[in-house]
Write a protein that binds this ligand. Structure first.
Ligand code: IMP
Ligand code: MG
Length: 186
């Protein structure tokens, strides 16, 4: 039977095996970089970062905490971020003196991460680094330093593996390119 997501899928951009292999590499690199650090905290940006977090943390061998931050960027029609970012759910734990590693699904304009990093910086952590699964650097409006990147991708709207298409299909194990034609007919 044809699955619901198929009509929106133009092509698979990154398949599941490729994703998992890269996540394992990132986990090994992060484990080496944070060796000996006792206060590592992974901060997952909800909702998109959640699959990436849960796979990545299984590949990180240094002890660490996790916490969650939900943000939304709003404006024009939902598919393009503007400069306005809002905190929907704040962290549960304090971050003072901790080594923060932000786990994000994708960086596009950079507005969301700039806002998040400035907010966290004000809470006096020991350090802040940024790890994103996908990076659309050609779309960047705000310059932000990215420490770990899973994949550089072109300016295409993608979904799956945490990223949504109108809130659905986050569960797909691969990253797919959205077939824009299919959206026009809805
Ligand atoms: P930024 O603030 O422009 O960097 O946008 C960040 C947010 O926009 C991401 O966290 C995603 O939620 C969303 N976003 C950007 N590009 C895509 C995409 O291709 N698919 C799904 N969500 C996206
Ligand atoms: Mg996001």
């Amino acid at each position: 039977m044809k699955q619901a997501y198929e009509k929106y899928l133009q092509e698979i951009l990154i398949d599941s095996e490729t994703l998992q292999a890269r996540v394992a590499e990132l986990g090994a690199q992060i484990s080496a970089d944070y060796e000996g650090h006792e206060h590592l905290m992974l901060i997952c940006i909800l909702k998109g970062g959640v699959l990436f977090l849960t796979d990545l943390m299984r590949q990180i061998s240094v002890p660490h905490e996790i916490d969650f931050l939900a943000v939304s960027s709003y404006g024009r029609g939902g598919r393009s971020a503007t400069g306005s970012v809002r905190i929907d759910m704040d962290l549960k734990e304090g971050v003072n003196g901790k080594d923060l590693l932000i786990i994000e699904d994708i960086i596009d304009s950079g507005y969301t991460l700039r806002f998040v990093m400035d907010m966290l910086q004000a809470r006096k952590p020991a350090s802040i680094k940024l790890c994103t699964l996908l990076n659309k650097s050609s779309r960047r409006v705000i310059d932000i330093p990215v420490d770990y990147v899973g994949f550089e991708i072109e300016d295409k709207f993608v979904f799956g593996y945490g990223l949504d298409l109108d809130e659905k299909f986050r569960n797909l194990p691969f990253i797919g390119v959205v077939r824009l034609e299919a959206l026009k007919h809805e």
